[in-house]
Write a new protein. Sequence first.
Length: 254
Amino acid sequence: MGILGTQARRRPRSALTSDYQELTPKVQTEPKDSFPTEDRTVSLNRSTMDKHRIFAIALAIATSWHLPEVRAQQGDFPSAFDKCRTVTTEDIIDKRAPTFDAFRATSPETVENPRLDLKSSPTARKYRTVLRREIAKGPNFAGHYRVAVWGCGSSCSMFAVVNLNTGRVITPEGFSHTSGVYFGVENQKVFPKSQRDYWLFGFTKDSSLLVILGDLDEDESREGAFYFILDHESLRLIHSTQVRKNCENLRAKH
C-alpha cells in the first residue's frame, strides 16, 4: 500500500479547518458605516498602533509651533506694508466735512415707469442694461434721482446718477470709477444716515450730498473721501478728505 492507502491516518475536517485558521492572518470586518472602499482591514499590534499615535501627536505639536511662520509666508497674515497701506475709519472721519442735513432735498418722489435717455451720456448707451435695471427700483437720492452702482473688477465700482423724471444720466468729471483695494472703512460709522448697501458711497434719499470713497481711477494720489453736491444736473466737488500713506519703505518687504 502506498503512503496514502486506505489505512493511512486521516485528520477530521474540523482539525484541518482549525489549522487553516491558525495559519491565516487575523482579519477584522469593518462596520457597515465605515469607509466604503475598504471592506476588510488587517489588525495591527497594539504596541505598533501606540507608536504611530505618539509619532502623529509629536508631529502635530511640532508643526503647530511653526504654523504662524508658514501662514505668514503664504500670505494669510497681512504684511507690514498691508497694515500701513490700509485706510481705516479713523483716517476718513473729518469734522470739517459737510453733512447730509446741510444739503436737504425734496422728499423722495414716486416716478412711474422711468425711462432712460440714451442720448444724455455715453455712459447711458454703454451701460443701458444695468441702468435700466437700477432705475426700475425707484429713487434713492435727492428726491427723484437714482444713484446706480455696478462693479468693474475686484474692489472697483462705477456709478452714475439718473434723473428719474427726465431719464438724464449724470456722471462726474475727471474720473470714471473708484477703487477700494486698501479700504477698511466702516461706512455706517462715517456716514450713519447713509444707505447701507453701498460700500465706498455715502448718500441719502432726502439730501443732494454724495460722498465717494476710495482711489479715484485707482490713483493713489487721489485717495480719500470726496464730497459732491448735485447742482443743476451736475456733480460739483465741494470738499475732500485726502489720505496720505507713506509706506514706500515697506513695499520692498511686501
